[in-house]
Design a protein around this ligand. Sequence first.
Ligand code: FAD
Length: 476
Amino acid sequence: MAICGGLRSEYFWHKEVGPAPCSGTGAPELSGFPITLDNRAVYPGPPPSQTDVVVIGGGVIGVCTALYLARAGRRVTLLEKGRIAGEQSSRNWGWIRQQGRDPAELPIMIEALRLWRELADEADMDIGLRQTGVTYLADNARQMAGYEAWAGIATAHGVDTRMLDPGAVAAMFPGLARRYAGAMTTPSDMRAEPWLAVPALARIAARAGVRIVEGCAVRRLDVAAGRITGVFTEAGRITCAQVVLAGGAWSALFLRNHGISLPQLSVRETVVATAPIADVHAGAAADKRLAFRRRADGGYTLAAGGVAELFIGPDAFRALPHYLPQLRAAPFDQTYRPAAPRGFPDGWRTPRRWGAEDQSPFERMRILNPAPNARLVARVRRDFAALYPGLGPVTVKAAWAGMIDTMPDVVPVLDRSPDIEGLVIGTGMSGHGFGIGPGAGRCLAALVMGDEVGHDLTRFRASRFTDGSPIRLPPL
Ligand SMILES: Cc1cc2nc3c(=O)[nH]c(=O)nc-3n(C[C@H](O)[C@H](O)[C@H](O)COP(=O)(O)OP(=O)(O)OC[C@H]3O[C@@H](n4cnc5c(N)ncnc54)[C@H](O)[C@@H]3O)c2cc1C
């Protein structure tokens, strides 16, 4: 079904949009997510026939890249197969953290914090940006040693990370039922409400001149003599010389159709939103089993640690050799499901090859909306209630899941494609792309324009999986 241009044209957005509504019984609402095709598109087509840069994907990475390109005077068209922020960029925990990042990401993330503040000021609504800190709680001395090593990296970059002893943890988290061996905390880290923030950034981008089209999949690139001459969309061809691929979980599938192999996989993460509850901690925190973050509406966003679920498909087998170091380092951080649901990027029956005239897998699945894992929903509610017995019953207001696009070395690709001239790739954000989004977008825009990026992007080069380099895992 081609829906480009077929969606209603009036400006529309749920200002109060948030996780799916409370069932009233405390039982999780296990289906649906607020950004769906049922609520009308804000940015319907039609796409132009010509533009300077096409950005593929309306998540935080595509939106921010488009924004900074438009600010630099480029004519930019952003094409989104479903809805702005319909996938990972609205489903995430809302942590904006420097803490725990790969040292190569840290300078970009420090810049992103500054950009988030600027963007929050420009936004037409409160996106929930608050500087409330991020804390990692340690179960034992071994974890503390790992955190201490990372705190050294933070200090070298001027980040305010510090270690907490068990007494300081108890003082910072009153009401905890258990005692931790200590913690690492970064007070300058922030939080925001993703399903509000990324659409608000898109509205800033639209005001800056970005032409946003929702419900319009890019089927493939038009490439002549090794360089981009345009893109084929489901609504026709657009002439352009530059393309940014920010397709999240779909990027590897998009590239494979052009003969480019990227060992990117997707894992399911389940998220739970509690109803408003007493304020036990204003920021975000996690131990190895549970992560929690206070939301602007007074509830907590909860998730289970170390339970990424990989649906096994052909790409998982292809990419396996690249993932061996990660599997050896943390063999139990992943659970495996025999097959991806129909139409998922790594589904067994998902086509790997198609032409400009064929319906692509992208338009067959407008929004990647995996069902949350009901067992994990129950587990995180139980764990949170047990951690804070003083809270009384914890009511689940909503539950959802997202597919995280991940890479073997848990850092993204931010690079010009070595294979196709005019293509810039920004993908594989590996579960931490929301916070760094504005910084990564600013870097990608600089790559498109051939400007000085201002950060060393060597670690994020696309060729690292083919140039014989060993897989280097991040410190934490
Ligand atoms: C449960 C969960 C928790 C997370 N928690 C955090 C967190 O607390 N902090 C943090 O920093 N990060 C977090 N992340 C990660 C973060 O959400 C992602 O890294 C980030 O949103 C990725 O943004 P993106 O723009 O690359 O991808 P996405 O948001 O997935 O956007 C990609 C878009 O591209 C579109 N698209 C794909 N192919 C095409 C095509 N051919 N044509 C047109 N459109 C196309 C898709 O429809 C999609 O909307 C979390 C992720 C999940 C799922």
